[in-house]
Design a protein around this ligand. Sequence first.
Ligand code: G3P
Ligand code: CA
Length: 375
Amino acid sequence: MPVTFTKSALLLSLMLGLGQAQATSQQSPTALATTSGIPHPAVIAHRGASFDAPESTAAAYKLARDLGADYLEMDLQRSKDGVLFALHDNNLQRTTDVATKFPERKDSPANAFTIAELKTLDAGSWFNTAHPDRARPAYAGLKILTLDEIIDIAQGNPLHKPGLYIETKEPKQFPGIERDLKDKLQDRGWLSPVGSTLAKNELTVGQGKGKVILQTFEKSSLELLQKEMPQVPKILLLWVGEGSIEPKSKVTFAESGDKDKATYYAKQEPKDKAEFEQWVDYAKAQGAIGTGPSAALATGGDQSYSDLVKPWMNQYTHDKGMLVHVYTIDDAADYKKVMDAGVDGIFTNRASELLKYYKRPAAGSVAQLLEVNGF
Ligand code: G3P
Ligand code: CA
């Protein structure tokens, strides 16, 4: 056999082999989600069913679970005495009565309080004041929840067990929280290997391979999460601004003259295509299974940010063999827009509405399920 032929054959087989390797590493989003045990598209209940009940409380998480949400989303913090708990804001002012119970410490970060102190706070009454149309007497006095308690809720409905979608919130304030989280999940059996991928129409995400998804905006936390829990799916959250994607314009909100932040953010975009792509590339290189980009909402509001789910962006992420879970969307028009743009799941405060949009029946109405749970 002539040497030249052998070289050609070798080259050809290498090219074919490379093609195969690329094909297997770049599964379709549906295949990637399915083999990872992640519903597609995924319903991620943002701070629980937080449109209908006070965010991050038992009422919100039980409602999201019983509606049939795939994941209970939470922002993880650590108390002064080392207990992991869920709270979005850095301090307690917006969602509790800290100003009444601890007036001299009302501006302190939540992590300056012990869990016993946090447990004295009323984390529900603010909702009744802010949303009288959705108020319920039983919301008054609801407590801040520990991660343990949220796990109990996730496991508490024999008919539907959602997964946990856990964000390390401001992780630089909590050195070692990634390790603490691993220890807690391990203790509770949430890191044990499970064989099953998600069967079609199966709603038991909390019992399969994708039962925990870890999320963070912080590169350093992503790296630590990957070190501690390499087998657990991870999402790098994205937005345009400090600490994340560099904006094209350096004009600040104060300088912009815009009437509100949503208007300002809607005009923000990545410095250039390469800047967006390098964040996706970074996430991939650090072992993330996907990204969690922001969206600009049709009606604005305080959860409307830069549009990072443009079709080319989602395509780029999919071409890397990664998923896109967009935050935080509550209206049908926006659900349609982002689904048409190609996202693989949605963080929503209104799990009931998103389930309806996906034509997935809930076990009951919001009012019925709240009442069943004593709210
Ligand atoms: O975790 C996704 C989304 O929740 C990010 O925004 O500020 O609500 O945690 P935030
Ligand atoms: Ca979050």
